[in-house]
Design a protein around this ligand. Structure first.
Ligand SMILES: Nc1ncnc2c1ncn2[C@@H]1O[C@H](COP(=O)(O)OP(=O)(O)OP(=O)(O)O)[C@@H](O)[C@H]1O
Ligand SMILES: [Mg+2]
Length: 263
């Protein structure tokens, strides 16, 4: 396995995302008890992610990985902390500016089927981000981009008119990836996004992610249990445990080369 050198040669690329002291609690109210219980999903989480680089986020089930991913795309609101995107705290932005920043980041969920509208065809699902964010595009141009994105994830024409329930789990993940790629996000968060694919499909999509990163300087937050894939794709890693980033070295037999702890 190859090591990944810094994204642009020797110089450090600029920081795209800086997460500072993020904490998140989920409150649960019990039906027959006055007391509320709280789950501390994230505790004082901090890290930087640079342009064109990949941070692998690993950690046991329930350690807060998906919660962190949801905070970054503003689906959960942290109780404390800052999320600086290009130096601006997105938690403090007015709604219009938030929407603009949200157009530059995309989260692919652990289970894509929950994120895909069951009534829409593959083409409609992949086209939707363009309809929302790129209103000036002609219909012919948007069709061309949709077909190109579906080709990139190797979903040929005979899949385009299908609905999510007519696809396998792996094919649904490809649709989610094609949809995510439509707007060339600066930050792509992949929450176990390749986990349901077989090894050869994981390899193909891994290569596609590497190629797109090189071409468009995209940054990836790659949430995974698979350290082998992480060591191929990532420049840095962070380990979450009990909602905290913990200093941990990883088993050397799983890590080839110079994967560095996040700073
Ligand atoms: N909507 C919610 N309401 C209450 N508690 C939640 C909610 N979502 C997650 N949790 C709790 O927060 C903690 C972190 O969950 P999270 O889904 O972020 O973990 P994870 O690291 O993604 O796990 P996995 O590897 O299994 O996907 C867990 O204890 C979980 O039970
Ligand atoms: Mg999760």
């Amino acid at each position: 396995m190859e090591n990944r050198p810094p994204a642009n040669g020797q110089a450090q690329p600029p920081v795209l995302l800086s997460v500072q002291g993020l904490s998140l609690e989920y409150a649960r109210r019990h039906a027959f008890r006055a007391k509320r219980t709280e789950t501390h999903a994230l505790r004082d989480v901090s890290f930087d992610l640079r342009e064109g680089e990949t941070l692998a986020l690993v950690g046991p089930s329930g350690s807060g990985k998906s919660s962190l991913a949801k905070c970054l795309v503003l689906l959960e609101t942290p109780s404390t902390g800052r999320i600086l995107y290009r130096g601006t705290d997105i938690l403090q932005l007015p709604p219009e500016a938030r929407r603009e920043v949200r157009g530059e980041m995309h989260l692919i969920f652990q289970d894509a089927s929950t994120a895909l509208n069951p009534r829409w065809t593959v083409t409609e699902i992949v086209r939707e981000p363009l309809t929302i964010h790129s209103k000036g595009l002609s219909s012919a141009e948007s069709t061309r981009l949709v077909i190109e994105a579906l080709e990139q994830v190797e979903l040929g024409a005979n899949w385009h008119a299908r609905r999510p329930r007519e696809l396998s789990g792996g094919q649904r993940q490809r649709v989610a990836l094609a949809r995510a790629l439509m707007l060339r996000p600066k930050l792509l968060i992949l929450d176990e996004a390749l986990a349901s694919l077989d090894l050869s499909a994981q390899g193909q999509l891994g290569n596609l992610l590497l190629e797109l990163q090189q071409r468009y300087a995209m940054s990836y937050l790659y949430v995974t249990h698979d350290m082998r894939m992480a060591s191929v794709l990532a420049h840095h890693f962070a380990v979450l445990d009990g909602g905290r980033i913990v200093p941990r070295t990883l088993p050397t037999e799983l890590i080839a080369g110079t994967l560095q702890p996040v700073s």
